[in-house]
Design a protein around this ligand. Structure first.
Ligand code: SF4
Length: 67
């Protein structure tokens, strides 16, 4: 479980030569406050931006805009 990253538009899964999958945060390319490879699960993140699929995710993992 990756928490917020699961439904964030900034997430890009990356696969290496050994077929392992890493979760890369695209926001890290333009903002150094965000790690390239977030420590999971991410439960709070100011950069979180829900993708269209996020509407189907239960509320405990949804972003609170007041954060
Ligand atoms: S911005 Fe936050 S929630 Fe979105 S992919 Fe990066 S670390 Fe995960």
């Amino acid at each position: 479980m990756t928490g917020l990253c699961d439904t964030c538009v900034h997430l890009k899964p990356m696969r290496n030569d050994r077929d392992s999958v890493f979760l890369f945060c695209l926001l890290s390319k333009s903002d150094p406050r965000y790690p390239k490879y977030p420590r999971l699960p991410v439960l709070r993140c100011g950069g979180y931006s829900p993708s269209a699929q996020a509407e189907t995710i239960p509320t405990p993992y949804r972003h609170d805009p007041s954060d």
